[in-house]
Design a protein around this ligand. Structure first.
Ligand code: AGP
Length: 613
């Protein structure tokens, strides 16, 4: 949720911390702060608002030479959970002595009880945060060994954390630890960087260590020592990132979202390359490297995820049932983890997560493992916690997705789910001929999407007619129903227009009451089974004065005539048609939000990776 950076090395710590925070800003951006050691003291700068506000504040308050001289520091960009996004509640937080600074990503669930105990001992708190309580607790435990103090404090904590701790008394180290929130340590040449994810590290080194839950590390400029919270040494591999810093830049686009929409043909080609078998009419997915017999014995597919990833699962549901003839279900991860789901070894659980760090999806994975299910993950971030904990999965290879609004990850998730369903199907009743037809349709996805992207200007023109609307309803049937849900999510999360997605048949059961003269209906009416019914539902909306924007298949004039205006997408297999259709809706949402002058890449109240419940 929040972004943490720590640096210990040669010099320039404040500048390096600020650069790192900028790379992590998509994780949370309502306030920011940093602490460095200077002249044996902990010096802190904090500000409400974006990292830019922090930079300005530190430049005003700190002497110039501190920016070049200070060589150790920690920093944080926040997504508020406890206490509003103010300067006082921003991190770092200090202990009672002011000698220990802490940045934290996660939630200390028993902070009230801990706070009361510390207040009884005379501690005074400045903020409303759970994190400040942990800072004071570490100070209370500190008997001259900051590492041991952090261990002792964390033994008293309930909840989740990714932390970095600095002590003026031990300036040659930073202590970092995790339980539930990600921490990556970058091993550089005479410098070490700590971060919530690799995007803040790639500018320094490609060599990283991923901490596991309950790992704690003593980080120095030339060494990283990892132990568990009982002070027992643990061994963690150094992994190679293989990422280039350029990929994390806007590349000349106004927004990361627009860049990532335009990257989809290439991202989809990466997701598909080498994974289709045109001899067998099937797919080859290394992460699904399980014997055809084991695959054929699986009786149910259960996809778990949140937000856009959940919507990808909903498209997958249609694919698994149709192509593989297997029961398929989609579960909202937060509900799944607490509902005590009925699962067994014949159940194929697929955890879908772009970031691979979403707390509810991670917990769903652990629940599925607990119940002995066959668990796999579909992640984009290499080395993420969900990918490592499932130990079996398929990477999207979509490249870094920086914009909070997920686009290329969604389309790549759908493409991979189609290939998974194809593989499962070919291991059952799906014929080679039909398998080949589906494989060829999947292979054509990058080209289909490129055709939709070419219409960006046309879609921008259409978007002008929706800038003033405060409500919009998306409808679709069959596999186009989750496309409607995703279209609504994109519009609401970046343009702040209240948008809802409905199964077209559901309108009559209530939502149609919301329609008045001019109400926008965005109808996903591609030429797929159920289209005629959708056209019927459109007529019902039109009869109530609604304004219809249609997503129709190229050359389908009959459908186009039912619309006030429309966007054409190329004809293809009905399951594959979900991908070009959603790209049209991504562009629609983007242009409406741009015309409404919204903060497209960092919409209010959101964060890219939701690492708290
Ligand atoms: C999508 O645009 C949102 N950012 C959000 O719904 C996101 O899909 C959800 O938080 C799941 O994230 P994940 O795929 O990283 O698990």
């Amino acid at each position: 949720m929040c972004g943490i950076v720590g640096y210990i090395g040669k010099a320039e710590a404040p500048n390096i911390l600020i650069k790192g925070l900028r790379r992590l800003e998509y994780r949370g951006y309502d306030s920011a702060g940093m602490a460095v050691l200077d002249g044996g003291r902990v010096e802190v700068a904090k500000a409400a608002g974006k990292v830019a506000a922090l930079t300005e504040k530190a430049r005003e308050e700190w002497p110039e030479e501190r920016f070049s001289k200070a060589s150790v520091g920690i920093a944080h960009t926040r997504w508020a959970t406890h206490g509003p996004p103010t300067e006082v509640n921003a991190h770092p937080h200090l202990d009672q002595s002011g000698q220990i600074a802490l940045v934290h990503n996660g939630i200390i669930e028993n902070y009230r009880a801990l706070r009361a105990r510390l207040e009884a001992k005379g501690h005074q708190f400045l903020s409303e945060t759970d994190t400040e309580v942990l800072a004071h607790l570490i100070g209370e435990c500190d008997k001259g060994d900051i590492f041991q103090a952090v261990c002792d404090a964390l033994h008293k904590v309930e909840g989740t954390f990714g932390i970095a701790v600095l002590s003026a008394r031990e300036p040659d180290r930073i202590i970092t630890a995790r339980r539930g929130s990600p921490i990556v340590v970058g091993v550089g040449d005479g410098e070490t960087i700590i971060a919530s994810d690799a995007s803040a590290i790639i500018a320094h080194t490609q060599r990283v260590i991923y901490l596991d839950d309950n790992d704690i590390a003593i980080v120095k400029s030339d060494s990283v020592e990892i132990r568990d919270l009982n002070n027992v040494p643990v061994n963690r591999e150094i992994a190679e990132l293989g990422l280039d810093a350029e990929a994390a830049e806007k590349g000349g686009y106004d927004h990361f979202m627009l860049k990532e929409i335009h990257e989809q043909p290439e991202a989809l080609a990466n997701a598909i390359r080498g994974r289709l078998d045109f001899n067998l009419g099937s797919s080859v997915l290394a992460g699904m490297s399980t014997s055809p017999r084991e695959l054929s014995e699986l009786t149910r597919v259960v996809m778990v995820g949140c937000g856009t990833s959940l919507h990808a699962g909903l498209v997958g549901e249609y694919a698994f049932e149709e192509l593989a003839g297997v029961n398929a279900e989609v579960e909202q991860a937060a509900e799944f983890r607490y509902r005590n789901p009925i699962l067994g070894c014949k159940d194929f659980v697929i955890a879908i997560s772009q970031s691979g760090e979403t707390a509810d999806t991670l917990a769903a994975v652990r629940e599925a493992h607990q119940k002995g299910a066959f668990v796999m993950s579909l992640c984009n971030v290499v080395g993420s916690t969900i990918a490592r904990e499932t130990g079996r999965g398929v990477y999207l290879h979509a490249g870094p997705e920086i914009s909070v609004a997920s686009t290329k990850a969604f389309t790549s998730q759908v493409a991979v789910l189609l290939m998974m369903a194809l593989k499962l199907g070919r291991g059952r009743r799906l014929s080679r001929e039909y398998g080949l037809e589906v494989a060829q349709a999947i292979a054509s996805i990058p080209e289909l999407v490129a055709k939709v992207i070419e219409q960006s200007d046309h879609i921008a023109e259409l978007a002008k007619n929706y800038v003033k609307d405060e409500h919009a309803y998306f409808i679709g049937r069959g596999p186009m129903y989750p496309v409607a849900l995703e279209g609504a999510l994109k519009l609401k999360e970046i343009s702040y227009i209240h948008a809802e997605g409905y199964h077209a048949a559901e309108l009559k059961h209530g939502p149609i009451a919301l329609l008045t003269e001019g109400t926008p209906i965005i109808a996903v009416a591609c030429d797929v089974p159920g289209k005629d019914k959708t056209l019927g539902n459109i007529e019902e909306c039109r009869a109530r004065g609604a304004r219809i924007l249609g997503i129709v298949t190229e050359g389908d004039d009959a459908a186009a005539e039912c619309m006030d205006e429309f966007i054409q997408v190329p004809a293809t297999h009905h399951l594959v048609a979900t991908v070009p259709a959603v790209v049209a809706l991504q562009l629609f949402a983007y242009h409406v939000a741009r015309l409404r002058d919204c903060e497209i890449d960092q919409p209010r109240n959101l964060a890219k990776s939701v690492t708290v419940e």
